[in-house]
Design a protein around this ligand. Structure first.
Ligand code: SF4
Length: 265
């Protein structure tokens, strides 16, 4: 199934940020072996938190040392020689320790993990307005349910940028997961969206009205239509040079850049 049949929130956001990058990745399918260390660290922290909640679901609360051991083992097992550090002066060990700190902070803030966890790393396949031609996919980090129709959709963020309350109230990713949840279950009475910015120990909560969800769905469908039309007509997917170019692996293909990305080592 190509990306133009089933979209993800991150794919649609990448089109908004830079149409050229979207095309290289999702239409031309140019795959690069490189991976940024921040993304690598983020994946390992997610795996460690997944391990934590799987243990909790089995009735055990692991000690922090065993979560750190797990983090270390997935870090070592997945490490490869194309992991790039874009920020000068930073080392692999700094990022490893940053991930450890994120886990310790999350652990301290959230113990004794009394939430009623319904699912971890839930894969979602859903449609807008029940229309097969607007299919979406996504992965929910964690879903909690009080057993009476009150749900919480949780997302862990390891990046540097924490959303403000106002930004979270407008963010689309978890709101899309709410659309998926309401489509898949008929016992949903109330949904709270929860972001954990684990670098800082910040938790932000937000809710969406039905009208906001409808507006989001309409704007995503419009973006999908625009991408499909451009691709069909062979129209231009223009580059949008910006600070994020420093983390982009498509400099060789990008008409706005020259040579290879000098920020990636
Ligand atoms: S280098 Fe910048 S402008 Fe070019 S594709 Fe990447 S993000 Fe877009």
């Amino acid at each position: 199934m190509s990306v133009l049949e089933r979209f993800s929130y991150s794919g649609l956001e990448s089109y908004k940020k830079c149409p050229a990058q979207f095309k290289f990745r999702y239409i031309d399918f140019i795959r690069k072996p490189d991976e940024g260390i921040e993304a690598f660290m983020g994946k390992r922290v997610h795996e460690a938190l997944e391990f934590l909640y799987k243990e909790v679901q089995s009735g055990r609360i692991p000690i922090i040392d065993s979560i750190h051991d797990y983090y270390k083992s997935v870090w070592n097992d997945n490490w490869h020689d194309r992991i790039a550090i874009a920020k000068r002066g930073e080392r692999k060990e700094d990022y490893f320790r940053l991930g450890e700190d994120c886990i310790a902070r999350f652990y301290r803030k959230n113990q004794p993990f009394a939430e009623r966890v319904e699912g971890i790393e839930l894969e979602m396949d859903f449609m807008f307005d029940g229309n097969e031609s607007y299919r979406m996919k996504g992965i929910m980090d964690r879903l909690d349910h009080d057993g009476n129709g009150k749900f919480e959709i949780h997302d862990y963020k390891t990046g540097k940028r924490a959303l403000s309350q106002g930004q979270a109230d407008k963010d689309g990713q978890l709101a899309l997961y709410q659309i998926a949840l309401e489509q898949q279950r008929d016992d949903v009475k109330d949904v709270t969206l929860v972001w954990h910015f684990v670098r800082y120990g910040i938790e932000i909560r937000s809710k969406r009205t039905m009208e906001q969800l409808q507006l989001l769905s309409a704007s995503m469908q419009k973006r999908i239509d625009e991408i499909r039309l451009k691709e069909k007509e062979g129209a231009d997917f223009p580059p949008k040079p910006m600070i994020l170019c420093n983390w982009c692996y498509y400099w060789e293909e990008c008409p706005a850049q020259q040579g290879t990305n000098p920020y990636i080592r």
